[in-house]
Design a protein around this ligand. Structure first.
Ligand SMILES: NC(=O)c1ccc[n+]([C@@H]2O[C@H](COP(=O)([O-])OP(=O)(O)OC[C@H]3O[C@@H](n4cnc5c(N)ncnc54)[C@H](OP(=O)(O)O)[C@@H]3O)[C@@H](O)[C@H]2O)c1
Length: 344
């Protein structure tokens, strides 16, 4: 029995996933070439600025194959504009493939639908919207980058069983107070490695002195972003070590390397996030503290919230934020509880 379009689209998604952590802020894209119900070529977008999935799929063909009875499957609409590489729609037309199956259209309103139009005008039969939801979930970071002009934002915090993110401290009491166990640390370090950057507020750096790196698992350190409006933090703090680049978002003070200064305004955070995306940072995990998290929540600048709840109580301290979203995941890790919400 012939395999379904969903079968081949799932193969595209599996291939596309191999680009995770390497292509951002470009999309994750996989492509397969099918003839007589058999995959004859496949490829994915492997590295930012590198060849697109369609190009790699054509390149994977061992010999000059005849494609006049083949079908191309791809999880994202082929591009029709000249970017870092020539338009994939043109490459497909040149190959004489008669049929193309697409998972989702390009979310960028400026190009959406143009690739499909170009293919149809060349006489190619285009089938759209196969496994669309799965395609959108895989490329949710890219969709937010394109439609909201900011990085995809994941809020993350750990709270005590009675709802505090930090206990009452004396003015001189510094250092991280652990709320959750080593299993949760492994999980959250994996989350850090998955995203382009990690962000915290000035007071978290001052009080906890975290390094914001990935230590409990293998993986790349995200770029560190600190909101330090008046540039008061000492460069001796661990976030300024050389384990990863660190960017400071400020409202005043000198323009220096890796410091983005924008005068305070109502749209300051949105404007800074546009700057962050322009640096090629497509996703951001915001790890606190409370003030910083509240600002992102107040302005609706979030896509996911990941909340870890430990077993101990503090009896007082800094109150954890509250958030309204759709509960997507609810599980335990070691003794701790994890809840994942999405805004939509
Ligand atoms: N349990 C957890 O998951 C977790 C995680 C991180 C931190 N914490 C705890 O949280 C505490 C720190 O939290 P916090 O709420 O006091 O401080 P914070 O959020 O770490 O830092 C707040 C400061 O950051 C700057 N800032 C943040 N967002 C801004 C914005 N949108 N616009 C302008 N400035 C902004 C301001 O600096 P200026 O005052 O200089 O203007 C603000 O006072 C620490 O005790 C730490 O232990 C807990």
């Amino acid at each position: 029995m012939a395999k379904s379009p969903e079968y081949y689209m799932q193969r595209c998604l599996d291939l596309a996933s191999n680009g995770r952590g390497k292509v951002s802020p470009n999309p994750l894209v996989g492509c397969v070439l099918v003839r007589e119900d058999e995959i004859i070529g496949e490829g994915f977008h492997e590295v930012f600025g590198g060849p697109h999935a369609e190009v790699n799929a054509f390149d994977s063909l061992h010999v000059e194959e005849v494609l006049t009875n083949a079908t191309l499957f791809v999880n994202l609409e082929p591009c029709s504009h000249h970017g870092k590489t020539p338009p994939c729609a043109d490459l497909i037309i040149k190959s004489q493939i008669p049929q193309v199956v697409i998972g989702m259209t390009d979310p960028n309103p400026l190009v959406s639908g143009k690739g499909v139009q170009r293919l149809r005008e060349a006489g190619i039969q285009v089938i759209e919207d196969v496994l669309t939801e799965e395609c959108q979930v895989l490329n949710r970071r890219f969709i937010v980058n394109q439609t909201e002009n900011r990085p995809y934002i994941i809020l993350k915090w750990a709270q005590s069983a009675d709802g505090f993110i930090d206990p009452v401290r004396s003015a001189h009491e510094k250092g991280i107070k652990w709320i959750t166990g080593p299993e949760a640390q492994e999980l959250t370090h994996g989350w850090r490695a998955d995203e382009d950057a990690i962000l915290v507020g000035r007071k978290t750096v001052e009080i906890d002195n975290p390094s914001l790196t990935v230590r409990a698992v293998e993986g790349k350190n995200p770029i560190r972003i600190i909101i330090d409006p008046k540039q008061v933090l000492s460069r001796e703090k661990s976030v300024f070590n050389d384990l990863a680049p660190t960017i400071v978002l400020a409202t005043e003070g000198p323009e220096r390397e890796n410091v983005i200064v924008l005068p305070a305004s109502d749209s300051w955070l949105q404007d800074q996030l546009k700057n962050v995306l322009a640096l090629g940072i497509g996703s951001l995990i915001v790890e606190g503290g409370a003030h910083t998290l509240h600002e992102f929540i107040r302005l609706g600048l979030w896509d996911e919230a990941r909340i870890l709840t430990g077993t101990g109580t503090f009896g007082g301290g800094i109150q954890a934020p509250t958030i309204e979203g759709n509960l997507r995941e609810d599980f335990t890790i070691g003794p701790d509880k994890v809840q994942v919400y999405s805004k939509l």
